[in-house]
Structure formats: structure tokens, C-alpha cells
Write a protein that binds this ligand. Structure first.
Ligand SMILES: [Zn+2]
Length: 230
């Protein structure tokens, strides 16, 4: 253990096996294959890479996600899609939509009061109780690509899983990522949710930086295919 100047952050030299997570906000792990961040809450433990590099003499760490609850059931994902499609079809123009999924003894879906525009959505009350309890936060980009924008990166703080829906004009698609206090790591949808038929997973096994860099914000503003054939 390394002495930290913060009581909420620990710094750990990796061992094999890794020591169990500390009762703290999050930990940095220094491993043979780079630096990782690890956090734990009642329903979820996650360890994701921050920096890929070689540190000789230390064991490697692999990214991990451990759920202490079942995946979000298909019924809730179907409800989310239905509400998001309704917001897309708003007579005043397409709207984004926001959903909070919490787990206590079962999964629950909350649709907080929200301010929706065609390119943004946020809770009317940032202290709404469903936000504090939310394990998975999903928002819809309706017909735009299901990619996290730079605004999403700024807004999606804390430790939870985030999802973004999009491509409603083609085949609805969803992309999930773990978020640990501003650090993100994409995960396959099947690791957190049962997808309804007709919704595809936007996950691609690419390095985070390849997904995060480039022109995601340009992609979000691109002309979209309005072909409603799908
Ligand atoms: Zn967004």
C-alpha cells in the first residue's frame, strides 16, 4: 500500500492475486501492464485500464466487471426503448430521453422529470432520488449514433454503468460503458442487459482511445439516415 494524501483514494501495487477492494471511493492499481482504476459498490465491482504501459516486475491485471445482481431484464429494456421511441416521435421534433435503472431486491426503472431537446437531455432536478440510487443510466440519442459525446463525458460522473441508445432511423442500437469517476471503459451489452429483439449492441472490441478519440461529436451532428425501413 502507498501512503495517499486523500482518504478517499488508495494506491495499490498489484500482487497476484490482487488484494480485495478497499473500503474507499476508488483505487489506482499499478500493474505489469499499466495503471488501472478499481471501484466497488454494493451491486458492482469494476477494474478498468487507464494507461497501457509495461512496468517490469509486477503481475498483469485484466479489466473486470463483477455484478452482484442479475442483468437488466428484457422487459425493462423494452420499456426504455418504447419511451425513447416516443420521445423521438415527439410532434415538435425528435427528443433525447433519460432513464435511471436501479437495483435493490429487483431492477426498477425510473424516468425522472427531465428537460429534453433534440441534442440534449438532463434531469430537471439534479438531486432527484433516482439519480443517487441509479446503477445504470441510459439516455437516447434517437436517430443519431449511439456514441458518447464530449458533453456526455463531462456529465457522466460517479461510479456506475452508462448506456446510450441511437440509430433509431436504422436499427436501434445501444452502447454501454463502465464509468469510474470520469474514466470509461466500453463493455458488451450482454454483460449488463438482456437486449430486446431488434436492438443491437454497439460495442466493438476496440481500444477505448480509438473509440473516444476522433470525431465523435462530428458524428453526432452528421446528417442521419431518415429511412424508416427498419
Ligand atoms: Zn449523449
Amino acid at each position: 500500500m502507498i501512503q495517499s494524501i486523500s482518504p478517499f483514494i488508495k494506491h495499490v501495487i498489484a500482487t497476484d492475486p490482487l488484494p480485495p477492494p478497499q473500503p474507499t471511493l476508488y483505487e489506482y492499481l499499478f500493474a505489469g501492464n499499466g495503471i488501472y482504476i478499481r471501484a466497488q459498490r454494493k451491486e458492482l465491482t469494476a477494474c478498468i485500464p487507464l494507461l497501457h504501459t509495461t512496468i517490469h516486475g509486477l503481475p498483469n491485471v485484466t479489466p473486470s466487471l463483477s455484478l452482484a445482481c442479475p442483468r437488466i431484464p428484457e422487459g425493462i429494456m423494452t420499456d426504455i426503448l418504447a419511451h425513447a421511441l416516443t420521445a423521438w416521435a415527439d410532434p415538435t421534433g425528435p427528443k433525447e430521453a433519460l432513464f435511471h435503472c436501479g437495483y435493490d431486491t429487483d431492477w426498477s426503472l425510473s424516468i425522472p422529470e427531465q428537460i429534453r431537446t433534440s441534442v440534449s437531455v438532463r434531469c430537471t432536478d439534479p438531486f432527484t432520488p433516482s439519480y443517487a440510487k441509479c446503477l445504470v443510466e441510459i439516455h437516447s440519442h434517437h436517430e443519431m449514433p449511439p456514441l458518447f459525446s464530449s458533453t456526455d463525458n463531462q456529465d457522466e460522473t460517479g461510479f456506475r454503468i452508462f448506456g446510450v441508445l441511437g440509430h433509431f432511423g436504422r436499427e436501434p442500437q445501444i452502447l454501454f460503458r463502465i464509468g469510474i469517476y470520469g474514466h470509461f471503459f466500453y463493455i458488451p451489452a450482454e454483460s449488463i442487459a438482456e437486449l430486446p429483439q431488434g436492438v443491437s449492441d454497439g460495442f466493438l472490441p476496440l481500444h477505448d482511445k480509438e473509440r473516444m478519440s476522433g470525431d465523435i461529436d462530428e458524428l453526432l451532428n452528421e446528417d442521419v439516415d431518415h429511412n424508416p425501413a427498419l
